[in-house]
Write a protein that binds this ligand. Structure first.
Ligand code: HEC
Ligand code: HEC
Length: 268
């Protein structure tokens, strides 16, 4: 596991180096050949590379320097958390700006995302990417906070639910844990924003730990009913329970009804 990750890193580094060399020769040293070996490491390099990506894929909707256009909101207060959230859930770049941004396959590599995030972060003040420490989290407290603040829209088990005007609160079952924290700080679309005045960093941490638990519940056995939560479980119990009761009642009274029919009692 660990060593395969190292292998991947080494492979990535090799590819990056190769690309750098090719670009260095093809670009006739336009960005100063020798300095290229360290490119992509410093914050300034990240921002510069992010700007290039922004110019190709984002500027048409978010405008020059992210000031916004009729097709997309300004990004000058979006912050790194919002950019990271939008890119890592595949919401951005969007194809059309008049629907709720769908969760799509992520369009960029991890490096490209870090570059775009750094660039958007440089456009103005906004929430930073939250730091998580699940070992220090209180899952029980997270559960209480989740049921009070998140379950009304996302369902007690995090499977999501419908909202008005054809919008929906998506399932949290597949969402990356960092993106769960980011969503709280950012408040995407119709979701309210939970700033530090509403939920402390520790509480955000607790809620994320609870979502982690929801994504991998210790199954207590029995039918899980697709984790649809207490209401649906009660509903199923009602339908099956009442249905069975009706059958028993019919069965008990069938002799009487048969007898009644034989006598041809014209009661009705
Ligand atoms: C087709 C137009 C379009 C393109 C292209 C696009 N966006 Fe967006 N973007 C939008 C719209 C519309 C929203 C608002 C979505 C919503 O909140 O429902 C948005 C929202 C965002 C937000 C959240 C802003 C906020 O304040 O909530 C970020 C961050 C963002 N986009 C980044 C990007 C980046 C980075 C790219 C390029 C990789 C990009 N977008 C490409 C249309 C676009
Ligand atoms: C009023 C309803 C509402 C409440 C309350 C709410 N959300 Fe949301 N949430 C939404 C909607 C709507 C979206 C989709 C936003 C969009 O993409 O335009 C969303 C999106 C998300 C996402 C992104 C999921 C993905 O994979 O795309 C996460 C994570 C999330 N919410 C977590 C939370 C947490 C944690 C809480 C509680 C602290 C919470 N939400 C409270 C409505 C809500």
């Amino acid at each position: 596991m660990r060593s395969s990750r190292h292998l991947v890193l080494v492979a990535l580094a090799a590819v990056a180096l190769a690309v750098g060399v090719v670009q260095g020769t093809a670009g006739a040293g336009e960005s100063g050949g020798a300095g290229d070996t360290t490119s992509g490491t410093s914050q300034a390099d990240l921002v510069a590379a992010g700007e290039q990506l922004f110019l190709t894929s984002c500027i048409s909707c978010h405008g020059v320097d992210g000031v916004g256009t009729p097709n997309g909101p300004p990004l000058t207060a979006a912050g790194e958390a919002n950019a990271d959230f939008m890119l890592r859930t595949g919401r951005m770049p969007m194809a059309s700006s008049d629907v709720q941004p769908p969760d799509k396959p992520v369009a960029y590599t991890d490096t490209e995302i870090r570059q775009l995030v750094a660039y958007v972060g440089s456009l103005g003040d906004g929430p930073p990417i939250p730091q998580l420490d699940l070992d220090a989290a209180d899952v029980t407290n997270g559960g209480q906070l989740f049921r009070a603040n998140c379950a009304p829209c996302h369902n007690a088990s995090g499977i999501g639910g419908a909202l008005s005007y054809g919008r929906h609160a998506p399932s949290l079952q597949e969402t990356g844990l960092e993106q769960v924290a980011e969503a709280m700080r950012v408040g995407p679309g119709q979701m309210p924003r939970f700033g530090p005045d509403v939920l402390t960093d520790q509480e955000v941490n607790d809620i994320v730990a609870y979502v982690d638990y929801l994504q991998n519940p210790d199954d207590p056995g029995g039918l899980n009913l697709g984790y649809t939560g207490p209401v649906a479980e009660g509903f199923v119990a009602l339908v099956i329970g009442l249905g069975a009761l009706m059958l028993v009642i019919r069965w008990i009274t069938r002799e009487r009804r048969a007898a009644g029919a034989r006598e041809g009692a014209p009661d009705a």
